[in-house]
Structures are given as structure tokens and as C-alpha cells.
Design a protein around this ligand. Structure first.
Ligand code: HEM
Length: 223
């Protein structure tokens, strides 16, 4: 049964929609958490510490954080694998008259494919930058994310990488949220316009919220 669902196009689209919504929830929480940087280093660093002690004393140090990490990794892998398989199907299903002509995927499809690849690369960079510190520009200090974030946005390339990634997030969510609603059958003619508007507002709020951090450092409001 699970196999039949997974092998169907609708099954794969459902996996994309559900895993996408899980990541979206994470992004909303992450964006809101990031804005605490405007309340100063002690509050921001305290928040990062809380992420590790969540659920204590029932849970051990970092257990809840690891549950979130595992759920996210499963969501990312499921999303990427089904996206890849759906795009293969799409190419195979093209009528042969396209073989000699240049068959171009639609603007939205191309944006989603390239956006997805950019985001996957960004997430690897971002974790090596601000979670493990391997590619961090300054002297990375564990437990001091405020200073680490300020260091990152004090370099031109740090700003470029994050701004490009955040714009890609915005575009991806704008189209992805809408597609997910279609797949999960929430849409109807009357609701379509409202869902499109909701997708736009959500994408815009996330983009502005994430951009507020590098902009804060660049303008010296956060230092
Ligand atoms: C300007 C935008 C962003 C800032 C300032 C930022 C900041 C941070 C910081 C400081 C951490 C480390 C947290 C800690 O170790 O306590 C982190 C982790 C992370 N961020 Fe971001 N982030 C931004 C955008 C994004 C975006 C757009 C994504 C996803 C597309 C993302 C996904 C993640 C992930 C997956 C982690 C790893 C969490 C973990 O397992 O510890 N972030 N971010």
C-alpha cells in the first residue's frame, strides 16, 4: 500500500507538500527566533542556549534539538528525492516532438528546480558557518551565536550568500505553498485567490524577517 502511494505521482507530490510544510514551520520559527538579535547579545545567546535545554529535565541536554534535526533531515531528503523523481518523470513523459526542439520547462518549474539546488547548497554552507563554525569568517565561538552572526554579516560574501539564499527561500515558498495547497486539495475556485494571496504574504514576511538580520548588521543597528 505504502509502496503504491510512493510510486504514484500524486503520492510523490503529497510527500513534497507535507515535507515542505514541515520545513516551512521550521522556517517561521527560525525567522522569529533570529529577530531576537535586535534585543541584544545576552537575550539572543540565552535563546540559543534554551534550544539545547528544551524539554529538560524530562529530556537530556540537546535531545529535543536532535529530534528537530532528525525530522528536518528526513523532510529535506524526502523533499529532494521526490522532486528529483518527479522531474525525471516529467522529462520522460514529454512527447517526442520536443526531442529536436528545445523543450523548456515553465518559469515556475525552473525557478523551483534552481531555487531548490541553491537552497540545498546554502543549508550546507549555513550549518558549516553558524552551527559548526568550519567555514566561519571570524573566530567561531560555540555558545556565542550573536557574535558569530555579526562576524558573518561583516563580510561582503557573507551578505551576498545569505541575501541570495533568503530571496530563493521567498520565491520557493511563494510557489511551493501554492502547489502544496493544490496537491492537498485545499484549493477550490473560490479559495484559489485567497491561497495565492496567503502564499505571497507568507513568502514576503519570511523574506523581510530573514533579511532584517544582515540589514541590521550592515547598517550598524546590530553590532
Ligand atoms: C539571515 C538569515 C539567517 C540567520 C541570521 C540564521 C542564523 C542561524 C544561526 C545563528 C544558527 C545556529 C543556531 C545555534 O547553533 O544555536 C542557525 C542554524 C540553522 N539555520 Fe539559520 N539563519 C538564517 C537563515 C536560514 C535559512 C534561510 C535556513 C533554511 C533555508 C536556515 C536553516 C538553518 C538550519 C537547518 C540550522 C541548523 C540548526 C541546528 O541543527 O542546529 N537558516 N541559523
Amino acid at each position: 500500500m505504502a509502496r503504491t502511494v510512493w510510486n504514484s505521482t500524486v503520492g510523490k507530490k503529497t510527500v513534497m507538500a507535507v515535507s515542505g510544510l514541515i520545513m516551512l514551520l521550521y522556517l517561521v520559527a527560525h525567522m522569529l527566533g533570529n529577530l531576537k538579535i535586535y534585543f541584544g547579545a545576552p537575550e539572543f545567546n540565552e535563546y540559543a542556549h534554551w534550544l539545547r535545554t528544551m524539554g529538560e529535565p524530562l529530556l537530556h541536554y540537546e535531545w529535543a534539538l536532535w529530534v528537530v534535526r532528525v525530522v528536518l533531515v528526513v523532510a529535506v531528503v524526502a523533499h529532494a528525492v521526490s522532486a528529483y523523481q518527479l522531474s525525471r518523470r516529467d522529462i520522460k513523459a514529454r512527447p517526442s516532438k520536443y526531442v529536436h526542439k528545445k523543450a523548456r520547462a515553465s518559469y515556475a518549474t525552473r525557478t523551483m528546480r534552481w531555487g531548490g539546488i541553491i537552497l540545498a547548497l546554502f543549508i550546507v554552507w549555513h550549518i558549516l558557518d553558524l552551527t559548526t563554525g568550519h567555514v566561519h569568517s571570524g573566530g567561531f565561538e560555540e555558545g556565542k551565536p550573536y557574535q558569530n552572526v555579526v562576524d558573518t554579516f561583516s563580510t561582503w560574501y557573507g551578505n551576498v550568500i545569505y541575501i541570495v539564499a533568503v530571496l530563493a527561500v521567498g520565491l520557493h515558498i511563494r510557489h511551493g505553498f501554492w502547489s502544496a495547497a493544490q496537491t492537498l486539495g485545499v484549493g477550490s475556485r473560490t479559495r484559489d485567490r485567497a491561497l495565492k494571496a496567503l502564499a505571497n504574504v507568507l513568502a514576503l514576511l519570511l523574506t523581510i524577517g530573514f533579511l532584517a538580520v544582515p540589514v541590521g548588521v550592515m547598517t550598524g543597528v546590530v553590532s
